[in-house]
Structures are given as structure tokens and as C-alpha cells.
Design a protein around this ligand. Structure first.
Ligand code: SF4
Length: 347
């Protein structure tokens, strides 16, 4: 099988090309073709000697992602793609045209085995971790899509299927690569990593010198309920998760966002809003309320607008910064994992 160059850093490409005895600056040229000029074949790399291009073609490949399905919301603001890799494994990648720019949501694992009760991505378990190149391929796919309209990706969230911190090394490789000036040159400030709260990995991430925004899924203000919604709470309980969130904010000086999915009659009462405010008191943190996109398979319902407003107001009155996620693409079933699940069921 040919070795895939896509997803490698300049240093890694140079190492792979060593036996070919090509000058090391060729590695930088190849990286620029792959990541900046979005070349999909060695033939396009016209500043490489023809002989080298044929050798590369014979020994290596540039495997990225191909589109299996796409859904576009009627307001044109959200597009959801099902992208497949070499072995047929498919993941969802979403483009959201926000007022502040084009934001994309990428997956880090195919499926997920964290078992969160409200999440469609976990219904079929996890197929496998994605490689650095496969995570990057999702970004480049959307870059190519946007380039046709003279636009580009502005911000990115690692919030698609999978728990990024359970695929730590590859995700870190991706974060470093996407930040490199020879790749996308994306500022860490424009990247948000979302986690269900893998405590030791968050401490490690804080020490990496990669100050991405951190978003922690909380979803409940007390441990018992959180365990029901997120089984990972048994291993990394609420109090430890909030403590590591504070440590991450202190170390990186980045504001930590706590995600709180609002589910009718489960975690949307005023008493629970007060409990949540108490839990986060004194932290450089904000809460992002996400009225649930109903998951039919799990019978979880969205609260009324009055209850959402009341929950938000209670947090504000208790001096907690709060946002409510705007609904986007509900007409294309934007809940994570649903497009992929349909694909899996069809298969
Ligand atoms: S919410 Fe995230 S961590 Fe939880 S099951 Fe879904 S993809 Fe996995």
C-alpha cells in the first residue's frame, strides 16, 4: 500500500523522502501544495521536477476525503457533509455561516464510545480513531467548497463525532499542523476543542503551549444526574471536571466554556440553574446553553422558550456569563451523528 503524505508535517515529509535523496526544501513545497494550494495530485505540483513527481506518484498517495452526501439548510447558512476516507469510514463535517464568519465543526473519531444519553453519534459505538490527515482532510474539503465562493474557513470547533482527548496524539498533531504558516496558519484563538471532560488529558493539554479555547460538556449541575447523561462522569466526576476547567483557564488565560444541553424536565429547572451558578462561581468561564435537538431514538425533548429564557436569566442574575446557541439547520436534522447514522443503517 502506498504511504499517504497528506496529514504529515514538513519535518515528517522530509523524513519520509530521505531515501529519495531530494533536497529538504522540497518537503516544504509539497506541504504548500497540499495544504495551501489544495492540490489533490502530484501532477499539479508544477515546481517539482517531472521525474520527482513521477517517483512520488509511484510511491505515495494524497488521500483526503470524498463526499458521500450533503445537506444544505433552506436558509443557506448550514451545510452538513458526510465525508468518507480511503477505507470507506465516514464522518460528518458541518459548515455554519455565522455572523462572525465561516465556522466548521469537525469530527475526531468515527462514531464515539462515550455513551452520552443525548447524542446520536454514540448510538453505533466507535468505529475507529481518525488520523491527523483525516481530521485535516475535513477542513480542506470545506476550504475547497468555500473557495468556489471566494470565501474561507474562519473558525473551527472540534465538536463533531468523537471525544478529541481520547485520540490525543493525532488531535494534537492536527492542531499543530493547522496552525503552521505553511499549512492553514490558523490562530489557536480561532480553534475550540470540545471535551466530555477527560480530566488528566485536560491538564496535559494546558501544558502543551497550544492555547486553544476549551469547551467542556457539563450538562448537569450535580453528579448523579451528570452520570445519567454522561457515563464518563463515573470516571471523572463533576467536581474534578470543574476544577480542571479552572486550572486550564488559569494556565492558558483562555475563557473556558461549559456546554449545557437543555432537556425538558431533566436539567432545565430554576433550582438547577442556581446550582450551576454556584458550581461555577468565581471562574473565568461562560455557559453555553444548547436547547436540545430532539434525538428521536432517545425520547429527549426540547424545553419551551419560556423555560430556556428563565434558565438563562437565572444564570445572568447570578453573574454567570451565558449564551444560548442559535438554532441552525434544524431543517437538515443538524443533531450530530444523524446523517452518519442514516448512512450506517442503509449500509
Ligand atoms: S456528546 Fe461527544 S463525547 Fe458524548 S457521545 Fe457524543 S460525540 Fe461522544
Amino acid at each position: 500500500m502506498k504511504k499517504n503524505l497528506f496529514g504529515l508535517s514538513v519535518e515528517e515529509i522530509a523524513r519520509v523522502l530521505l531515501p529519495l535523496q531530494v533536497p529538504s526544501y522540497r518537503a516544504k513545497q509539497i506541504a504548500a501544495w497540499m495544504y495551501q494550494k489544495m492540490a489533490t495530485s502530484f501532477d499539479e505540483m508544477t515546481n517539482l521536477p517531472k521525474q520527482l513527481r513521477s517517483t512520488l506518484q509511484a510511491q505515495f498517495c494524497l488521500c483526503t476525503a470524498r463526499q458521500k452526501a450533503a445537506l444544505h439548510s433552506s436558509d443557506g447558512k448550514t451545510s452538513k457533509f458526510l465525508l468518507a476516507f480511503e477505507d470507506g469510514t465516514a464522518v460528518e463535517t458541518v459548515l455554519m455561516r455565522q455572523p462572525y464568519g465561516n465556522s466548521i465543526c469537525v469530527s475526531t473519531q468515527a462514531g464515539c464510545n462515550m455513551g452520552c444519553a443525548f447524542c446520536a453519534s454514540t448510538l453505533h459505538g466507535m468505529t475507529r480513531d481518525l488520523t491527523t490527515g483525516e481530521i485535516l482532510a475535513q477542513v480542506l474539503f470545506i476550504e475547497r467548497f468555500l473557495a468556489q465562493q471566494g470565501q474561507k474557513v474562519d473558525t473551527m470547533v472540534l465538536m463533531g463525532s468523537g471525544e478529541p482527548l481520547m485520540n490525543y496524539d493525532r488531535v494534537l498533531g492536527f492542531l499543530r499542523l493547522v496552525h503552521e504558516p505553511y499549512a492553514l496558519g490558523m490562530s489557536y484563538r480561532n480553534i475550540t476543542l470540545s471535551t466530555s471532560g477527560i480530566v488528566p488529558r485536560i491538564y496535559e493539554l494546558a501544558d502543551e503551549g497550544i492555547p486553544v479555547n476549551l469547551s467542556i460538556s457539563l450538562h448537569a449541575p450535580e453528579s448523579e444526574l451528570r452520570t445519567r447523561l454522561m457515563p464518563i462522569n463515573r470516571k471523572y466526576p463533576l467536581a474534578e471536571v470543574v476544577a480542571v476547567g479552572k486550572a486550564y483557564g488559569d494556565k492558558t488565560k483562555r475563557r473556558v466554556t461549559y456546554e449545557y444541553i437543555l432537556i425538558e424536565d431533566v436539567n432545565d429547572s430554576i433550582a438547577q440553574a442556581k446550582q450551576l451558578a454556584h458550581l461555577l462561581h468565581g471562574q473565568l468561564a461562560s455557559v453555553n446553553l444548547i436547547p436540545i435537538n430532539p434525538v428521536v431514538e432517545r425520547h429527549l425533548l426540547r424545553p419551551s422558550q419560556e423555560r430556556i429564557d428563565a434558565f438563562e436569566n437565572c444564570l445572568l442574575m447570578n453573574h454567570i456569563a451565558v449564551t444560548v446557541r442559535r438554532e441552525m439547520g434544524t431543517d437538515i436534522n443538524a443533531a450530530c451523528g444523524q446523517l452518519r447514522n442514516r448512512h450506517l443503517s442503509e449500509r
